[in-house]
Design a protein around this ligand. Structure first.
Ligand code: CFM
Ligand code: HCA
Length: 531
């Protein structure tokens, strides 16, 4: 791996090499984790996997909620990009229930709006949406030109809220606002906290009330987790934001625990809710059968009720019978194979669990837009240097709610649970789980991706749609870990079984070794010349 790194860096211009060098780490396996450079600008000219801030806000965090109209203020291309390109699913309670997820709402900004301003058009669009759909709520999302010309989406939102009497809020999530999608997550978290969370002091009854944060129902993951939660007797108060409604967000403060799946995208809400309402949070991972069992045990331990602890054990035992049966057949086929994973901000870590269960090793992994804490653990946050790009994103000052702040557990109980491994307000990051010699690479470039494949020939490369066909043309199967290649769910016990089967198929098909373009097999061009 060291040689690989040096060879790749040699190809870059000196200045570029100096920058990329800090984002490529060969894991030395030592207890004190190495420092990795992350959440910094992509070097111009490099082909990145990243997306924009608008994508992180509109597409990722708010996208999965079915009954908020997500109105994009910007040119139509931005809306087209965000229109159903993510595979998050939703299940309205009845066919008549509101579901705006398959619509595409846009102000369709034109050149004249860029020159003369787009606020009037935005107001018209909000009124039109209201007239046609009568939604409970409208979110307005800014794309790049909005910030450049200075349209004030927040003022428009306030005015329209007054005029129409529904909740309307804006997001300054222009694509260039941050270095990646990650800034968009933070902007989305802030607006949810300011305008939505805490509006409704009522919630379904239940003994063990939990919010699930950072689960986006890709490929139906949330449906599988809802099934497991219900079986265990846990009451899901809200989900951010897979299969969610705005009502769930409004009542989220009624829960007694926040469990955080994808901490990258939503840890801000978890932190703010703890300060404002006294709800503790800890990290969970429902990717992998063992990880799911561990996370369920952690939740049961938190509530500390023997009835729940026993029920959770029963559920785990029952579900594991099916998981083990599948794994017994599949493990011998997948054992010893190699995986590489370059995805988003948490899956490149979470999915290593599933590969471990299959006996496969992850020899190279990285995030598109993770921060140092996602690699090295939350404890490094105080040592992260805040640059101008991060400072650009608003940091809300949150105070305890005067009437509703209610610490759900005492400090003593928290300490007791900590000693049992509950680990509040923490996550360990990806690197501790990786083997010595593994390559950890942040914001992988296309060039580096090709060089990884040439050097290591992994059995499967996991990434997204932009990488998929380039990699497959190199004769290596690519599994999309964003959209699951339209398969899934992969979360929970049932999801693990689906994943084992899909990966077995992928790594054991011989088709990839046969790939040869026709002109490679027989380099002849035949044509007839006609006059
Ligand atoms: Fe979290 Fe996500 Fe991810 Fe993410 Fe994403 Fe996604 Fe992802 Mo695509 S919130 S960081 S911004 S788990 S959209 S559901 S799959 S890159 S690894
Ligand atoms: C995004 C969304 C994305 C893209 C996936 C991909 C998703 O970042 O804007 O590149 O295949 O999960 O849909 O991450």
């Amino acid at each position: 791996p060291q040689r690989w790194k040096q060879e790749v860096l040699k190809k870059y211009p000196k200045k570029v090499a100096k920058k990329r060098e800090k984002s490529i780490v060969v894991h030395d396996g030592a207890e004190v984790l190495q420092k990795i450079q992350a959440n910094v600008r992509t070097i111009p000219g490099i082909i990145t996997q990243r997306g924009c801030t608008y994508a992180g806000c509109k597409g990722v965090v708010l996208g999965p909620t079915r009954d908020i109209v997500n109105l994009v203020h910007g040119p139509i291309g931005c809306s087209f990009y965000a229109w159903l390109t993510r595979r998050n699913q939703t299940l309205p309670p009845t066919p008549e229930s509101e579901n705006f997820m398959n619509y595409c709402f846009s102000t369709d900004m034109q050149d004249s709006n860029i020159v003369f301003g787009g606020e009037i058009k935005l107001k018209q669009a909000v009124r039109e949406v209201f007239e046609i759909f009568k939604p409970k709520s409208i979110g307005i999302f800014s794309t790049c030109p909005v910030g450049l010309i200075g349209d004030d989406v927040h003022a428009v939102a306030r005015e329209m809220k007054e005029e129409l009497g529904i909740n309307i809020f804006g997001f300054s999530c222009e694509g260039y606002k941050g270095v990646s999608q990650s800034a968009g997550h933070h902007i989305a978290n802030n607006a949810l906290m300011k305008h939505v969370i805490g509006l409704r002091d009522e919630a379904p009854k239940g003994k063990y009330k939990v919010n699930m944060l950072g689960e986006y129902n890709i490929g139906g993951d949330a449906f599988e987790l809802e099934r497991i939660f219900e079986k265990c007797g846990l009451t899901l108060i809200s989900s951010f934001s897979g299969n969610s409604t705005i009502e769930q967000f409004e009542r989220a403060h009624m829960a007694d625990l926040n469990v955080v799946m994808c901490h990258r995208s939503i840890n801000y809400v978890a932190e703010m809710m703890e300060k404002k309402f006294g709800i503790p949070w800890f990290k969970v991972n429902f990717i992998g059968a063992e990880a799911t069992a561990k996370s369920l045990r952690k939740i049961a331990e938190y509530f500390g009720d023997q009835e729940l602890i026993d029920r959770v054990e029963e559920v785990i035992a029952e579900e594991m019978v099916i998981v083990k049966k599948e794994l017994e057949v599949i493990y011998p086929h997948t054992q010893g194979k190699l995986a590489m994973m370059f995805v988003g901000g948490s899956r490149a870590h979470h999915y290593q669990e599933l590969f471990t269960e299959l006996g496969m090793s992850t020899i190279a992994a990285g995030y598109e837009f993770g921060h140092r804490d996602d690699y090295e653990g939350r404890r490094v946050i105080p040592t992260i240097q805040i640059d101008a790009d991060s400072r650009n994103i608003e940091e809300l000052t949150i105070e305890a709610d005067e009437t509703r702040f209610n610490p759900r557990i005492t400090e003593e109980r928290k300490a007791e649970l900590e000693s049992k491994g509950c680990g509040f307000n923490d996550y360990e990051g990806m690197m501790v789980d990786m083997a010595k010699g593994a390559l950890v690479i942040d914001d992988l470039s296309h060039y580096e991706m090709e060089k990884l494949i040439e050097a290591y020939h992994p059995d499967v490369f996991c990434a997204g749609i932009k990488e998929k066909y380039c990699v497959q043309k190199m004769g290596i199967p690519l599994k999309q870990l964003h959209s699951y290649d339209y398969g899934g769910p992969y979360a929970g016990f049932g999801g693990a079984v689906n994943f084992y089967k899909d990966i077995d198929m992928i790594v054991n098909t011989s088709i990839w070794k046969m790939i040869k373009a026709p002109w490679e097999a027989e380099p002849v061009i035949e044509a007839e010349f006609a006059v």
